[in-house]
Design a protein around this ligand. Sequence first.
Ligand code: AMO
Length: 444
Amino acid sequence: MQNRTYIKDLKDHVGKEIIVAGWVDVRRDQGKMVFFDMRDVTGKVQCVALPSRAEVIEKAKTIRPEWVLKITGLVNKRPAKNVKAGVLNGEVELEVTMIEVLSGALDLPFELNESVNLDTYLDNLPYTLRSERTKDIFTMQSTILEAYRSSLRSQGFTEFVAPALVGGDAEGGAAAFKVDYFKDKIAFLATSPQFYKQIMVGPFERAFTVAKIFRAEKSATTRHLSEATCLDFEMGFIENESEPMKVLENAIKDTVRTVGKMHQDIFTRFNSSVPEIPEKIPVFTLAEAQDLITKEFNRTTEDKNDMSPEDERQICEYAKKNLKSDFVFITRFPTKKRAFYTYEDPKEAPFSRGFDLLFRGLEINSGAQRIHNYEDLVRRIVDRGMDPSKFSYYLQAFKYGMPPHGGSSTGLERFTARMLELVNVKEATSFPRDMTRIDSRLSE
Ligand code: AMO
């Protein structure tokens, strides 16, 4: 739209006639005058329709929230008694000289910023995504994405685009969605860009991707989605898992620094705070973490081979209180509990070189050093009861020379959810898919 002024810039146009465009937020009639707030992507402003402008006031009386308008108006200073200090446009208002209705809106299901239950919120996403709270969440997510990418680039990584349609299931176990492909072939939606990022170590040594992953696990929890977004990287020529852990630590620190600089206001609105990270993120082996939990919380951990959600929560509580860290690394999981491609040093058996990163009580990242030797990898596939011929495409990377390598994957939705301390990861997903919903609710 030509000659449009963004609402955040109105204060620079006092005394001038300008054009704004956006949505009607609320309308308040006061005596013969009509007041309404207009909202565009940059903020809100109060508009006033005066009775002296007959055509304007008639139209103003018909408008409703969410109507889309193009407004011509004079930017006036507010009378001193009406100034709202510290609020965008608290010192100015728009005296409307012309209203053009670009689009009307039907009756709304509820007020935009009203708090509704999660299902109602999700049923109405094309509408509820416009709310202030939601806009804050996805503004935060957009910054996380940008900062993480930029950190990996500065650490020498090249971004590539991973496929979403794949011939086999990368995690060799995680339930995959099936797709009818050409020539009667059953393809899958990728459960991870794992194989492709490892292959990309060939051309780039250090590669990363922001990839969609699809998981058909029947998990109805606050941490599971059927479709998630992963920030995956892989790097060659490592000696052990501490190198990818360091790259990840840098990416996390860079991201936290950036959101802290840009979004203090959002943290405040969510009653949260910029995460604490000490010089070095604390690292515990699985056994150390579970011993600490037993000691600190007087509770025996049930599964010695993995962290339960309660274990994750308590070790994070411990680290926050005693080590001033919102992040904790857990290492030395038993190899049998990790994906088949995870490296195990014979001297360290039965433990693997895999790691998890926990953030405010939740696993947000998994990573590992990988097996790089062709014969070892084939043997591991066979040991896991799988057929190496099904992996022949991926195995080429190892047949033709692969350096020791490793990497990790951060779930964008989980990272965002814990950043703002949201209870459910679905709130940190603009269009969540789960067992009960794909846009609309699935019938019972
Ligand atoms: P993993 O399966 O642990 O590891 O996934 C990595 C990260 O992705 C996120 N995530 C999910 N988020 C929401 N809903 C889900 N259903 C879901 N599944 C995973 C989590 C998790 O930590 N290939 C390995 C990674 C690697 O070793 O590099 C993998 O996929 O935040």
